[in-house]
Write a protein of this length. Structure first.
Length: 581
């Protein structure tokens, strides 16, 4: 694919060449490369004079070209001589443009008639054009050069002819300085935007069902504090969260540098990790129900905030919050994590650190402003009730994770996880007894991982067939639109979208009416094909939703990570209107 003529500044205004897609309904628009947004062909006019040409532009949906920014000239490169030609333009649409005010623009397509162009092969036609996208991006001027070949057809030259520069050939003034920025400034702006999105995504993670109980427990510890400095615990908790995010990022980067394609949540593709997480949630739920007390080192419930173990408890609460957040993907996280995956290691670590900082921010703010803590009721029986209530979301999550193990390894893996729960709870019951009880408890605890190892290794049959990207191309060639759902059983956001939106009767009927094939790519277990697919769309985690129009030349459309029925209906309606034109 030929690159734009103004290569020095294109990266500021366009998506990278590989990003041949757009977005729908989200806050994270991706823009077409300039050569895809505006496609021009040069040909002799049918039945016209030998020196008459027609320049025809195909303009992508949502993009437009400025009439007054067109400039068509001709020259003889060998001599540097400018040639006199005449041009005729079609009438456009008057638009109140944010960059140039009220001006004439072209949507969908336009033509320019050229007369007076010599018939010899040496003459070069220079076309300068400029356009913008309705979504808020303005491309720099684009210079293209065409020359006749031996057959009389026009071919585009890869660079400006030696007889003159683009600036000298054009009579138009340069691009307004307000629209020009250097590459470093553009890159810095993009990085700051990604860091803000990462922090926002991290903050939203606190509302996810797997994280919220842990956050509630931390607030409980503040409510039970009689003295001490809560800000120290807020900082300790924040350090635990940020350090854990950075540690996960370092592991992810290390695996990627070693040549393995992995993404956010990759650890959940291991049945061992999922089973261990399920056991951890089960143990914590027993603690909250009062079967045993872990003490201040983990949850810091009822502990003194001024004591050192309390600070350790705050730190490990942050670690725990990060661990339980791994099945979740919040809005804004997809773009941030995908950006991090394509950057040098230091930039990637910075993005993940911002994710952690955003997640830790609510607790940190609560401790920085102690007056907010005074709004909490005084310690009392309500704390015991709330603590016991918070055990039930953890039990539900543990059951769900046991089901995921079953999906990954079969019924024997899920049964092994439940048997491990039995052995662990039996050990916790035995532990307060005398020496014999402690000895039996240790035997029971040692038996739990042995049982898991035996059952998780027994059945490794994949839960779904391998994903084949060729299926999408085959369906499009058959005239079908395609909706791709990249999902996993351990992805909470995916499960919510599928239950509330995608698998509902109304949406499935809408897909059928719009001739849409619903294709699922299951990433529950490791699949390098799906991992590569995510990388192609600049994502490093799921969910990912992509709509492919039946027109194989039309770019795919990326949807937001949180779906609604209205969003899907709007997408299908807009695509139907586009196809009907």
């Amino acid at each position: 694919m030929a690159q734009p003529g103004n290569a020095a500044s294109d990266d500021i205004f366009t998506a990278p060449p590989s990003a041949q897609f757009s977005t729908f309904g989200g806050d994270e628009p991706d823009f077409l490369p300039v050569e895809q947004a505006y496609q021009v062909s040069v040909s002799p006019q049918n039945g016209g004079q030998p020196d008459a040409l027609e320049l025809f532009w195909t303009i992508a949906e949502g993009y437009y070209l400025y009439r007054e920014r067109f400039d068509v000239t001709a020259s003889q490169p060998a001599t540097g001589e400018a040639l006199a030609i005449d041009t005729s333009y079609r009438s456009g649409k008057v638009k109140d443009d944010p960059y140039f005010g009220k001006t004439e623009v072209y949507y969908n397509s336009t033509r320019i008639a050229v007369t007076g162009f010599p018939s010899d092969q040496g003459a070069v036609l220079h076309i300068r054009s400029q356009g913008c996208a309705d979504a808020g991006l303005c491309y720099p001027p684009r210079d293209q050069y065409f020359q006749r070949d031996d057959s009389g057809q026009f071919i585009e030259l890869s660079e400006a002819p030696s007889g003159g520069s683009a600036a000298a050939a054009s009579s138009k003034p340069p691009l307004p300085t307000a629209l020009v920025a250097d590459d470093n400034a553009g890159s810095a702006t993009k990085l700051w935007l990604v860091l803000l999105m990462a922090a926002a995504g991290g903050a939203i993670l606190n509302l996810m069902p797997c994280v919220f109980p842990v956050l509630g427990l931390k607030v409980l510890s503040f409510a039970n504090a009689h003295h001490g400095k809560p800000v120290n615990h807020g900082l300790s908790y924040s350090i635990g969260v940020v350090a854990s995010f950075v540690a996960v990022a370092a592991l992810l980067i290390g695996l990627q540098q070693a040549g393995r394609a992995v993404g956010w949540g990759f650890q959940l593709q291991s049945p061992w990790f999922v089973a261990g997480l399920a056991c951890l949630f089960f143990v914590l739920s027993l603690n909250l129900l009062g079967l045993f007390e872990i003490g201040g080192r983990w949850m810091n419930l009822g502990g003194d905030l001024s004591q050192e173990p309390g600070l350790k408890g705050s730190f490990f609460t942050g670690v725990l919050a990060t661990v339980v957040a791994s099945p979740c993907t919040a809005p804004f996280m997809g773009t941030a994590v995908g950006f991090a995956a394509s950057q040098p290691p230091l930039v990637s670590l910075l993005v993940f650190a911002c994710l952690g900082a955003g997640m830790a921010l609510p607790v940190l703010l609560l401790t920085l402003f102690p007056r907010w803590l005074k709004l909490l009721p005084k310690p009392g029986q309500w704390m015991v009730t709330l603590r016991q209530f918070l055990a039930f979301p953890l039990i539900a999550t543990a059951i769900w994770l046991a089901w995921v193990v079953g999906r990954q390894t079969g019924a024997s893996g899920m049964a092994g996880t439940l048997l491990a729960w039995l052995l662990i709870s039996f050990a916790l019951w035995l532990w307060p007894l005398r020496k014999l009880g402690k000895a039996l408890a240790l035997v029971s605890l040692i038996a739990a991982p042995l049982v898991l190892n035996a059952t998780l290794s027994r059945d490794t049959t994949p839960v779904a067939g391998g994903f084949d990207r060729q299926q999408i191309d085959d369906l499009r060639r058959q005239g079908r639109n395609v909706f791709l759902d990249v999902t996993a059983d351990w992805c909470i956001t995916c499960a919510a979208n599928e239950s509330l939106v995608l698998n509902t009767d109304s949406i499935q009927q809408a897909f059928a009416d719009a001739n849409v094939a619903y294709v699922v790519a299951d990433w529950t277990r490791y699949d390098p094909v799906i991992t590569d697919l995510l990388a192609d769309y600049q994502r490093n985690g799921i969910p990912l939703y992509v709509y492919y129009p039946s027109d194989v030349n039309a770019p795919p459309i990326i949807l937001p990570q949180v779906l609604s029925k209205g969003l899907i209906h709007d997408l299908l309606a807009s695509q139907s209107a586009t196809a009907g034109r």
